[in-house]
Write a protein of this length. Structure first.
Length: 209
């Protein structure tokens, strides 16, 4: 579990509880997901490299630090991953956003691809794959495969809630990928939903159920 990072900041946990609440409507749900994504992004980017530069304040010259290394790319898994993008972009406004469309076959629980569009300079970037729920792990593994297949080695996975089964699946196929989550829940039920979870994140984001 060395590459699994549980983000237990009080503000994150407070907002996550409100997100879980079945009485939270789509408007508040969307706002809370964006807020938690922004807060989590601080931890996900904690290890970004810095370089020293010289600046001149109104008083004198001094040394400071700026971000260096590769640029950042975001890969939300459609459609629920879109709900976290705006929050992260508030913190990293220059990040480019690709999209991977996957849905889970209700019978096999396997991911089915229907769309993939990544930035043209993807090979120059480190990527954060985004999905609110890490359930079976199939969609996350498939999305990470897309990113690695174009030559990217710097990949992280960011989710609100993870099931032990999903964590194990990602670690089996991509042991180098760090997983950032605000909660590790109990298990998956017979339908592949996380327990206790928060229901279907996409439906709750967009009021489609």
């Amino acid at each position: 579990m060395s590459k699994v990072h549980l983000i237990d900041h009080p503000l994150v946990q407070h907002k996550l509880t409100m997100i879980r609440d079945r009485n939270t409507g789509p408007k508040d749900f969307r706002e809370l997901v964006n807020e938690v994504a922004l807060l989590m992004a601080y931890e996900v980017t904690r290890d970004m490299p810095l370089e020293e530069v010289e600046v001149e304040t109104p008083i004198c010259k001094t040394k400071g630090h700026v971000i260096s290394g590769k640029k950042i790319g975001l890969i939300p898994i459609l459609r629920a991953g879109l709900g976290m993008v705006d929050g992260i972009l508030k913190l990293i406004p220059t990040a480019k956003v690709g999209h991977v469309g996957l849905y889970r076959d209700p019978d096999t629980l396997k991911p089915v691809e229907y769309y993939c569009k990544l930035p043209s300079d993807s090979y120059e970037r480190d990527f954060i794959v985004i999905d609110p729920m890490l359930a079976t792990g199939g969609s996350a593994v498939a999305a990470i495969n897309f990113v690695k297949n174009i030559g990217c080695s710097g990949v992280k996975l960011m989710c609100l809630i993870a099931a032990p089964e999903g964590i194990a699946m990602v670690q089996k196929h991509h042991p180098d990928v760090s997983i950032y989550t605000a909660a590790i829940d109990e298990k998956l039920n017979e339908l592949g939903y996380i327990v206790p979870g928060l229901g279907d994140a996409g439906d709750r984001l967009y009021g489609t159920k």
